[in-house]
Design a protein around this ligand. Structure first.
Ligand code: 26M
Length: 819
């Protein structure tokens, strides 16, 4: 058939085929007969990208519309996941592209697997930023996600001899068809050096920053399409480069190699993503990264403001800047510097703009996770910013003291500078002083934030505090990753749920219907079979899709208590060993997650999981009833396989420690039931799905506090519980570490000596609750009904709801009219 000839835009099958062939020939520079699988992937990706550009240009045009506020989402991490499948879903062209690709003799699923995901994030925080971009575009809000184009993202994980091994993530190796380099959009960023005072033409005293070094940030843009919304927003990531002219001198003097050294060290800034969950590393490079991307982003916003023909003084009418945790919080000082030192504004109006523009999201209460920078390090890299922070702090503490005269303790607690010993800049304080809104990420987390970490700020500025419970996008996490479930649901209640997930409630009336239950179970079983095949391929372990799939996937952390799950497994193992005929139901335990490379205990927990698996999986008495799998390299791509296949979602952090969790939402939205503590968003998930459809156990946050304040003694819990003792003793005796009996001693010592995360105190409740899970799984119809009700009642956990709340309560940003 004739094509319409529109190779760049045409949407019918002939057009798509022609477009793909064209990209093979002219972009990949290959003959079709010689194209590799990667050539086919690249060609399809370019053909899809072409089809995003018209909407993108229109959307970018709206950035100049003065009546629209632009949301500027500043985040050191964007864990986008693979683009191709998501873009096909959001553009509504999955089936047409599948057909075109098939007619060219290729299989779309093979091509989708070819994409290397951009792992520019650690876990929850980075993935949240990606879900929020999806929702911003879907809700037609003009938005720019600003971040860093790391050359190496989160490491790839391999398991060797049961241990984690980190492999460099060379995600750009094969090229990235989704990004567009914009060499014309670049900014200079200063580092180091010193400051000088001078008098300007009006005899006003001003400060000049004489840097020790200047680098350049270049924009790399990726389009982010909304779901059938006609809006395509922008992800703008900065790559650091050398400024050509800067070391010309060295070059002229013949010191060619020093000039090249400069280039290398400039490019180092955006080289590698750091783990966000290692005890605060005083890494200079990390502060440089944060400042680098924040400075580029704010300069870019000022450029856009000028393009809009607006005054810099009206910046807060044009932009809402969201600080995703404290990583970008240097933005408070940098915007002040840009306004006062470079735009020559007075301090007071500059400060008013800054506070009106900025808003801050807190993502953790763990004290060891709160960012603080030693003053010497800070002043060596950002001397002008330290002066500005001192001035912000001086004015702030003046206010505090005049409101609470004589309360020096209060001033010391609120101060941006920690002066109790070695001096530090407390980034959460900088963010809180310089923002008009501060929010936690789940109801419980926000309450605890107000009572603990930011209590004094809450007393001072109660009106600044908000809760915005996290959400996840149903596009990637259901439509794309669980197409069979999506089809089943849409067949029953229509497709409206994808953007109006409250419509999922309509499933409630089918929850008890046998025919629907049967289809529901069939979908789950298919998803489990697909996962089982992948598990076989990657680990060699054979698992039974009919067994209960009990899944714990998330970053490895003591507070997330993966080792509590291990105690459960060993308990079941002990029951079997004590009486091989005892009734233990068939279960597949699936773990996944990366440990920060420097977090030894987390790495030891991985080794414990694989070691217990080694023993349990091969024990003749177990006879295949229990299987323990460590699924290597848990990431977005693998998550898309795992969540749809889970029966049971493990959300077992110590109450009060997990700010929200978002995996909990992905599981439940895919029909898994949750076993969990009253922590993070679990609290609200349980409220929504109904307590009868949620397996609750463990001490509450208040009880945890109480236990600790009474002087928690883990050894007494150990001594008072025979099965628990048997489990710990087995680990300590080396039953799971033949050849090295002391391998797990540090873990045993931690549990018996401190047990900071109260595993032993929650052990019995967890075992009892798991026994209730077993009983419930036996009644398949009742289980299926609970599964359906879980999905039906998860509407509020769509990231669209969260973004609407940010837009209304924090950003005051309306959508683009029309459509
Ligand atoms: C650092 C050192 C030692 C122990 C823990 C940390 C650490 C923990 C959390 C450092 C940073 C942390 O926060 C960043 C983060 O990724 N937080 C996650 O954000 C998600 C999105 O809001 C939430 O769903 C997760 O609960 C929260 O952990």
């Amino acid at each position: 058939r004739e094509t319409t000839g529109d190779i760049r835009r045409g949407m019918d099958c002939a057009d798509l085929k022609q477009a793909i062939i064209d990209h093979i020939n002219f972009t990949q520079a290959r003959l079709v007969s010689q194209a590799t699988l990667n050539d086919w992937y690249m060609a399809v990706a370019y053909a899809v990208r072409d089809r995003m550009l018209d909407d993108w240009h229109v959307s970018l045009g709206h950035l100049r519309n003065r009546s629209l506020k632009i949301v500027s989402y500043l985040s050191a991490e964007f864990l986008m996941g693979p683009h191709l499948g998501n873009n096909l879903v959001n553009l509504g062209i999955v089936e047409s592209v599948r057909r075109a690709v098939a007619e060219l003799g290729q299989n779309l699923d093979d091509l989708l697997r070819q994409e290397e995901e951009p792992g520019l994030g650690n876990g929850g925080l980075g993935r949240l930023a990606a879900c929020y971009l999806d929702s911003l575009a879907t809700l037609r809000v003009p938005a720019i996600g600003y971040g860093i184009r790391y050359e190496f993202g989160i490491f790839d994980q391999e398991i060797r001899d049961g241990w984690q091994v980190e492999i460099t993530d060379k995600w750009l190796r094969m090229g990235n068809p989704w990004e567009i380099c914009r060499p014309d959009i670049s900014y200079l960023v200063k580092l180091g050096g010193h400051t000088e005072q001078y008098s300007d033409e009006n005899d006003c005293l001003r400060v000049r920053w004489v840097p020790g070094k200047v680098i350049k940030g270049v924009a790399y843009d990726t389009p982010v399409a909304g779901y059938c919304s006609g809006v395509t927003d922008l992800l703008r990531l900065w790559k650091s480069e050398a400024v050509e002219s800067f070391n010309f001198q060295a070059f002229n003097l013949g010191d060619y190699y020093r000039a090249v050294d400069e280039k290398v060290s400039s490019e180092t800034i955006s080289k590698v993503l750091y783990p966000n969950d290692e005890p605060q590393i005083g890494k200079q490079l990390r502060l440089a990264q944060q400042y680098f991307f924040v400075s580029c982003s704010l300069q870019d916003m000022l450029r856009i403001q000028r393009l809009r023909g607006e005054n810099i003084g009206d910046l807060a009418g044009s932009f809402a800047v969201q600080l995703n945790d404290t990583h970008p919080s240097i933005a408070v000082a940098e915007l002040m510097r840009l306004l006062v030192d470079e735009q020559m504004m007075e301090w007071e109006p500059a400060w008013e703009i800054t506070c009106n523009v900025m808003a801050y999201t807190n993502h953790t209460l763990l004290p060891e996770a709160l960012e603080k920078w030693p003053l010497p390090l800070f002043s060596a890299m950002l001397p002008r910013h330290l002066e500005i922070i001192f001035e912000i702090n001086r004015r702030f503490l003046d206010q505090v003291r005049s409101a609470s005269p004589g309360d020096d303790g209060l001033a010391a607690r609120l101060s941006i500078i920690d002066e109790g010993g070695e001096r530090y800049v407390r980034m959460a304080h900088l963010a809180s002083v310089g923002s008009h809104a501060i929010n936690g990420v789940a109801a419980l987390h926000t309450e605890l934030l107000k009572e603990t970490v930011l209590k004094d700020f809450h007393d001072l500025y109660p009106e600044r505090f908000h809760n915005v419970t996290n959400g996840v996008t149903p596009r990637r996490w259901v439509l794309l990753s669980n197409p069979a479930l999506a089809r089943l649901i849409s067949g029953k209640i229509g497709e409206g749920w994808v953007t109006r997930p409250e419509e999922l409630r309509a499933l409630e009336k089918f929850a008890g219907q046998p025919a629907f239950q049967k289809s529901w179970r069939k979908v789950k079983l298919e998803n489990k079979s697909i996962l089982a095949a992948v598990i076989r391929e990657r680990t060699g372990i054979q698992v039974d899709p009919a067994s209960l799939f009990d899944v714990l996937v998330k970053r490895i952390h003591e507070y997330k208590r993966q080792h509590l799950k291990v105690l459960h497994i060993i308990t079941l193992f002990n029951r079997i060993k004590a009486d091989p005929k005892s009734e233990v139901r068939s279960r597949t335990f699936i773990f996944g997650g990366k440990a920060a490379p420097g977090y030894h205990m987390a790495k030891l927990i991985i080794k414990l999981i694989t070691s217990v698996g080694e023993v349990v999986n091969n024990d003749p008495d177990v006879a295949g009833r229990l299987k323990v799998v460590f699924f290597p390299d848990f990431n977005v791509t693998n998550g898309q396989l795992v969540y749809p296949a889970a029966d049971l979602s493990e959300q077992i952090s110590t109450a009060g420690k997990e700010a929200s969790g978002t995996g909990n939402m992905k599981f439940s939205l895919n029909g898994a039931l949750t076993i969990g503590t009253l922590d993070g968003a679990n609290v609200e998930i349980r409220q929504e799905v109904g307590e009868e459809n949620f397996f609750l156990f463990g001490h509450t946050a208040a009880e945890v506090q109480e236990l600790k304040s009474r002087g928690y003694d883990p050894r007494s819990w150990y001594e008072g519980n025979a099965p628990l003792r048997a489990v710990i003793d087995r680990i300590a005796a080396g039953d799971f570490s033949p050849g090295d009996r002391n391998l797990f001693q540090p873990l045993v010592d931690q549990l018996l000596g401190h047990d900071d995360y109260l595993l032993l105190a929650d052990y019995q409740a967890y075992m009892d609750c798991q026994d209730r899970v077993d009983a419930a799984f036996r009644d398949r119809d009742a289980w299926t009904e609970m599964s359906i009700l879980n999905v039906a009642r998860m509407g509020m956990f769509s990231s669209d709801r969260a973004i609407r709340e940010y837009c209304e309560n924090i950003w005051h940003a309306p959508p683009i009219p029309g459509d």
